[in-house]
Design a protein around this ligand. Structure first.
Ligand code: URP
Ligand code: ZN
Ligand code: ZN
Length: 464
C-alpha cells in the first residue's frame, strides 16, 4: 500500500527540514512540501507526523543473534531480535557470524542465513568472522564475499583458544581483505594478556563479576587497537574497531587515524550509558552487566561522546548479546570467567541515545542519525539505499515522537532475555511508526508487521 507521511520534520545526517514523503512500492518516490493526498492512488495510507521527527531507518552494525559462545547459546532468535530492533526504530541489522575454529566458513554462512531468512522482520547482512585461515577457509571466504555480498569480515584478538586469530593469520587475512576490498571489523583486546590476568585473579580467590573489568583493563584494549592498527598499516587494509569502550583505546585509534591508517571506530550503547559500578553490584547481580570489553570507569564516557561529536568515532551499535540471568549468566557463580559475556540493547539503543545523548546535550540530532544509521550504511556498503532519506532509497523510515515518555522493562521487551539491563529507566522519545521498504512493521512499541519480510542485503566491497 502506498504511504504518505505528512507534516514531519525530516532529520538526516546532514539536514533538518519539513516536507512530506511519498513512498510507492518499497522505495521513496517523492519528498516535497505539501503533497496533496487527494492526488495519490486510492488506498494510500496517510500518516500525520506533525510534531514528530522523520529519521532514516536506524542500522545496528553490531548484533549477535545466533551465537554459540562460552558454552551456551544467546537466547534470542531472528524473530525475537528483529521484532525488538523494529519497535526500537532499527530497520537493518548487521549480525556477526561466529563459527567455531573447526567449522567451515561456508557452512557457517548457510547456517546463519538459513536461520535469518524465514524469521527476520528487518533487512539484514552479516560480518563474517574469520576464526581459521587455512586454504579451504580462504577459498570459502572469497566465495562468501562474491556470491552473497558479505563485504566485511570480523576478527577477534580476544577469546584465547576459542575465536582469536594469531598474528601470522592476521597479517595474511588483512592482506587478502585489502585485495578483496573488504573491511575487517575487530574485537581489540589482547587474548594472552587477558588469559594471564584471569588465571592470576582466580588463583587469588577473586571470582566475582566485579573482577571481570580488572582482568581486562583499559591498557589491554588500547594494546589491541594499536596492534590491529599496526597490521593495517603494514597491509593497507581497512579496519573497524568494534565496541570501543575507553579513552586509551580511542586515543590509540585516533593516533592511527592521524598517521594515515584507515581505521573506523564503533561505540556501543552499553559503554556510553552504563559504567563499571553496574558490574560491581552485590549478590552476583553484576553478572547481568558482564560484557567484553567491560563496562568502564565513568569518565571514559565523555571521551566516547566527544569522539562521536568530533567524528573520531563513526558509529553507535549495541553488541546485543542476550544471555539469561538464570541458567546462563549463573554458569559463572564460581568464576567470572564462566559468565557468558553480553548485554542486550537492540530495542533500547535509539531511545537511550536520544535521551542520554541528544537531550543531555552530548550530541545533536544530525549526529544521532549519522552515528546510528548513515555512517554504518556508508562504511558497510549500504548507502544510499539505507541510511538516507532520498528519492530512490528504501522506504525505511522512523516517525519518532521526541516527547513520548516511557519506561524500559523486561515486560515490554521483544527480546527473549529474562532481564533488562535498564529496568525501570524512564526515557523520553520513542518510535511511533517504523517502516521497512514501505511497509509499516511497528507502531507505538508494538510489532505489527510480517515476520520474514527481512531480506539479505548484498553489498559490494568498496574498501580497496
Ligand atoms: O561481551 C560481548 N561483547 N559479547 C559478545 C561477543 C563479543 O565480543 O562481541
Ligand atoms: Zn567483541
Ligand atoms: Zn560483539
Amino acid at each position: 500500500m502506498p504511504l504518505l507521511i505528512k507534516n514531519g520534520r525530516i532529520i538526516t545526517a546532514t539536514d533538518d527540514y519539513c516536507a512530506d514523503i511519498y513512498c510507492e512500492g518499497e522505495s521513496i518516490s517523492r519528498i516535497e512540501a505539501g503533497i496533496d493526498a487527494s492526488s495519490l492512488p486510492s488506498g494510500t495510507e496517510v500518516i500525520d507526523a506533525v510534531g514528530k521527527y522523520v529519521f532514516p531507518g536506524f542500522i545496528d552494525p553490531h548484533v549477535h543473534i545466533h551465537l554459540p559462545f562460552m558454552g551456551s547459546n544467546a537466547i534470542d532468535d531472528h524473530e525475537s531480535a528483529s521484532k525488538a530492533a523494529l519497535v526500537g526504530g532499527t530497520t537493518t541489522l548487521i549480525e556477526m557470524i561466529c563459527p567455531g575454529p573447526n567449522d567451515e566458513p561456508l557452512a557457517a554462512f548457510n547456517e546463519w542465513n538459513d536461520l535469518a531468512s524465514p524469521a527476520s522482520a528487518v533487512d539484514y547482512t552479516f560480518h563474517m568472522a574469520v576464526v581459521r585461515f587455512d586454504d579451504l577457509a580462504q577459498d570459502q571466504l572469497k566465495q562468501i564475499v562474491a556470491d552473497y555480498g558479505i563485504a566485511s569480515f570480523k576478527i577477534f584478538l580476544a577469546y584465547k583458544g576459542a575465536l582469536n586469530l594469531d598474528d601470522s593469520d592476521l597479517f595474511d587475512l588483512l592482506t587478502m581483505a585489502k585485495d578483496l576490498g573488504v573491511i575487517t571489523t575487530a574485537h581489540c583486546e589482547n587474548a594472552d594478556a587477558i588469559d594471564a590476568m584471569q588465571t592470576k585473579l582466580i588463583s587469588e580467590g577473586k571470582t566475582g563479576p566485579e573482577w571481570h573489568e580488572p582482568s581486562r583493563p583499559v591498557c589491554v584494549e588500547a594494546e589491541g587497537v594499536h596492534h590491529l592498527s599496526t597490521f593495517a598499516e603494514l597491509t593497507g587494509a581497512h579496519i573497524y574497531a568494534v565496541h570501543t569502550s575507553c579513552a586509551p583505546a580511542v586515543k590509540a585509534a585516533v593516533a592511527a587515524q592521524l598517521r594515515g591508517v584507515n581505521i573506523w571506530v564503533e561505540a556501543v550503547a552499553p559503554h556510553l550509558i552504563l559504567d563499571e559500578t553496574y558490574a560491581q553490584q552485590a549478590d552476583f547481580v553484576g553478572a547481568k552487566y558482564v560484557m567484553s570489553p567491560p563496562l568502564r570507569e565513568k569518565s571514559n564516557q565523555d571521551v566516547l561522546w566527544n569522539g562521536l561529536k568530533s567524528g573520531a568515532i563513526s558509529t553507535i551499535g549495541t553488541d546485543h548479546a542476550p544471555f539469561n540471568f538464570v541458567g546462563q549468566k549463573d554458569m559463572g557463580t564460581e568464576a567470572f570467567t564462566k559468565i557468558p559475556n553480553g548485554i542486550p540493547s537492540v530495542q533500547e539503543r535509539v531511545d537511550l541515545i536520544h535521551t542520554f545523548g541528544v537531550l543531555a546535550g552530548k550530541i545533536d540530532l544530525n549526529t544521532m542519525v549519522s552515528t546510528c544509521s548513515t555512517k554504518a550504511a556508508q562504511i558497510f556498503g549500504l548507502y544510499p539505499r539505507k541510511g538516507s532519506i532520498s528519492v530512490g532509497a528504501d522506504a525505511d523510515l522512523v516517525i519518532y515522537d521526541p516527547n513520548c515518555k516511557h519506561t524500559l522493562s523486561v515486560d515490554s521487551s521483544y527480546s527473549k532475555i529474562d532481564y533488562n539491563a535498564y529496568e525501570g529507566w524512564e526515557l523520553t522519545g520513542r518510535s511511533s511508526v517504523v517502516t521497512v521498504r514501505g511497509q509499516v512493521q511497528a507502531r507505538d512499541g508494538e510489532f505489527v508487521g510480517t515476520v520474514g519480510r527481512g531480506q539479505l542485503l548484498k553489498r559490494k566491497p568498496t574498501h580497496f
